[in-house]
Design a protein around this ligand. Sequence first.
Ligand code: AMP
Ligand code: MG
Length: 358
Amino acid sequence: METRIFSKKDIEEAAQILKAGGLVAFPTETVYGLGGNGLDKEAARKIYAAKGRPSDNPLILHVSKMEEVYPLVESVPEKAKLLMESFWPGPLTLILKKSKIVPLESTGGLDTVALRCPDNGVTLELIERAGLPVAGPSANLSGSPSPTEASHVYHDLSGRIEGILDDGAVGIGVESTILDMSTDRPTLLRPGAITLEDLTEVLGEKPEIDPTLLGKKMEDGFIPKAPGMKYRHYAPKAEMILFCSSEEKEHEYKVSKRIAEYLEEEGRGFPREKIAILCAEETKHFYQEMAEKEGIILKVLGRRDEPLSMTHNLFRILRECDEGGIELILSEGYSEEGIGFALMNRMKKAAGQKIIAV
Ligand code: AMP
Ligand code: MG
């Protein structure tokens, strides 16, 4: 099939494709989603097939307003309502007990369903016109970094889906925060741009945190509750190593020194043009001279003091590394405060947890 690129003026056509059981990728404020009718088993199967995704990894149902949640769930607890009122439309996904009309094919066989109202005008209109909850995992091939531009979706899924609704580059760049509200205490399953601090303020208590987000390993018997978190994810083709320091003071200097040492010792003999260093605007001066002299690629993620600038660029830069044939990525690690928790979660996953403490 030929994948068509739609713009804002084609929303009606895109909505008709969703209604007819086809797949259209859509923009959100986090990453591009791969949309299909969330109430149609066949559409769910098509989504898994297009992504090459294991079918036990559930989808998120996107709604255009809070009222549309009610038919999809058993009930809406008071606290969940409060969170929707506070953060929707926005980058927060809530897990609730599903109602009968949501097929198990959309939820990876679970009796719960993930729900979100994205903060993107084009997509809100798409959902409204389709008149359906739109199932949407990220619109990438399973295992590769999530798409933050329509061209990334085209690269991964052209020929596999009917269309892509293009609304330019997304803002946040990492997937939504996922909070499980189907348990006694709210539990954070995936960190995102709605931070733990934001959630705590509205809930009046700090949510539980899924142990796997705190570095507990699956080998030690911890199974992540968000099935997607167990798969290799967000990963570039290159081997990636994170250099993290727990000290704030002189952190940048120590990390850059350790990266230079690594290149000289463990990395000796590695073709320099196949190495990329990921750093911050504030720290790039530590690497510039060495990179120029040796022919190493230097990629600036964003500003250390504005973590959103880094989440915005991360997946695009990982894709650029793939395109450029990079085989080794050495990256600085950053603070896990606020949105930094989401940034570092994705960076650690991209690095397959290969972390060198400095
Ligand atoms: P993606 O946006 O591609 O990351 O896919 C949706 C994510 O939501 C996956 O990582 C799932 O594991 C997670 N998810 C969806 N539904 C549920 C659910 N019922 N319980 C826990 N996690 C879920
Ligand atoms: Mg995904």
